[in-house]
Design a protein around this ligand. Structure first.
Ligand code: PLP
Length: 464
């Protein structure tokens, strides 16, 4: 890091993003990075529906407070979840990188999504020159609003399919396509190179590092922190990408406190941090926080490498994961602390925070519960910011049930959204209200072993 924390406290979001990105993207010029940042973090982050009360300043990623907690709101982008923070800028960075490397092939982006990455990637890449994108989501594993956001996506270069399976199946399937030499050669013969919009692409993680610096700056501006003091975060975690970005922020010089890794009932990571054993041999449980319904957290592999410094140790662990669905590699607990919330605890957190003046989504609610548990268990009173990852209106039926105490008697995606807005007095985002009237352009639901054929058919349709 080549700026002081005192200087950081004066940066706005774009300046922070520029200063952080240039530390990682050393093949890019400052002018290129600045242009990418300026075009990514512009008016499209001006979603005016505020789930949480906006007490403190800011534009792209406001810091707010309610119920004695502080929130970093990362869901004011075009698709209303934090995935926009990276996927608004990734297409630009990839275009620049392709030009620099002289890549002449057309790029086929394969994406597995637990609900939010898919739409954010579609929004980022729809209509992009030289790029086609295929998205796979668990057909029964996303919220109705998430599903409609994806299946109504327009653009000639996009394809979307539900798979009969869960997110782990989708992610495993996509990784298998990337590493199948025959399929790679076949697609190469058609003029395609593969790429990813998932967090296996480091271009997803780097832009996410920036908002941890931004949160720190906002805390300083709010007078809640002095430059140099530690700041902890609680991150609702699925694939371990968001929280890993916080870890990277610490590695390059941000004084981070404990990173509380918040899981829902699929608490593989909680058990890991308690016991040192990562064990996926358990029942996959669909929850009200579907974007965290994940047993194999892809980015955990990266962390294992950083903590052991040994590719050999990581290979052995991943070998165990593949063969037995488990491995043992204890953690020091120096950086991360695992917590989790059950469904009743998640709903109670939504209700309680609403009583405290803010409307939060179920993923954020998992983090609220985790943050409180962490504090109660450890007595650590270092300032801690909860990362708010999605608009509550993307999960309107669950949030409505939590707030009113009864399952909602409304129909359709708009029904729950409008009712939630009526009951809470919080305006619903227009882009979600418009979904109901849109035509479903991508009705396909396929078997999980049908992904290769789906991509092949898409490429043929593109006539490439
Ligand atoms: C993707 C997502 C998460 C989990 O983030 P990871 O980087 O996969 O750990 C949490 N909340 C929401 C709303 C998400 O979309």
């Amino acid at each position: 890091m080549d700026f002081t924390l005192g200087e950081l406290a004066a940066f706005d979001y774009r300046e922070t993003a520029f200063r952080v990105l240039r530390l990682f993207l050393t093949d890019f010029t400052d002018a290129e990075i600045r242009a990418a940042v300026d075009s990514a973090y512009d008016g499209k982050f001006a979603t005016d529906s505020r789930g949480l009360r906006r007490e403190l300043s800011s534009d792209v990623a406001p810091l707010t407070s309610a119920a004695g907690l502080r929130f970093l709101e990362l869901y004011h982008g075009p698709t209303l979840a934090f995935k926009d923070m990276a996927l608004s800028i990734l297409p630009r960075l990839m275009r620049l990188a392709a030009a620099k490397r002289g890549v002449s092939k057309r790029v086929m982006i394969l994406t597995a999504t637990s609900g939010d990455t898919g739409k954010a990637a579609l929004a980022g890449f729809a209509g992009a020159e030289g790029v086609d994108i295929a998205v796979f989501y668990p057909s029964e594993g996303v919220s109705p609003a998430q599903k409609l956001q994806m299946t109504t996506q327009e653009g000639g270069n996009v394809a979307v399919a539900g798979i009969i399976g869960n997110f782990d199946d989708a992610q495993t399937g996509v990784k298998a396509l990337f590493t199948d030499p025959d399929f790679v050669a076949e697609m190469s013969g058609r003029g395609y190179a593969f790429s990813s919009a998932n967090s296996i692409n480091i271009g997803r993680l780097v832009p996410q590092v920036a908002y941890y610096f931004h949160a720190y700056a906002e805390m300083c501006r709010a007078g809640a922190l002095s430059p140099g003091e530690r700041l902890g975060f609680t991150v609702p975690t699925g694939n371990f990408g968001n929280i890993l970005a916080a870890y990277y922020a610490g590695r390059i010089g941000l004084p981070i406190g404990k990173l509380v890794c918040a899981s829902n009932s699929n608490k593989v990571l909680f058990d890991y941090f308690k016991t040192g054993e990562y064990n996926t041999n358990r029942v996959f449980t669909p929850t009200a926080s579907p974007s965290m319904d994940i047993l194999v957290s892809s980015n955990f592999e990266r962390y294992l490498y950083h903590k052991t410094g040994s590719a050999e140790a990581v290979r052995a662990a991943m070998g165990g994961l593949g063969a037995e669905g488990r491995y043992v590699l204890p953690d020091s607990g120096e950086v991360f602390f695992g917590e989790y919330a059950t469904e009743p605890e998640t709903f109670a957190a939504i209700r309680d925070v609403f009583g405290g003046g803010a409307l939060i989504d179920p993923h954020t609610a998992v983090a609220v519960h985790a943050c409180r548990e962490y504090r109660a268990e450890t007595g650590d009173d270092t300032p801690n910011v909860i990362v708010a990852t999605a608009s509550p209106f993307k999960f309107a039926a669950s949030v409505l049930e939590a707030v009113t105490g009864a399952a909602p008697e409304v129909s359709g995606v708009s029904g729950a959204i409008e009712e939630l807005s009526r009951v809470t007095g919080v305006p619903a985002p227009a882009s979600l209200l418009e979904l109901q009237g849109k035509r479903v352009l991508h009705p396909d639901v396929i078997e999980k072993d049908g992904m290769e054929a789906f991509v092949r058919a898409f490429a043929s349709r593109r006539n490439y």
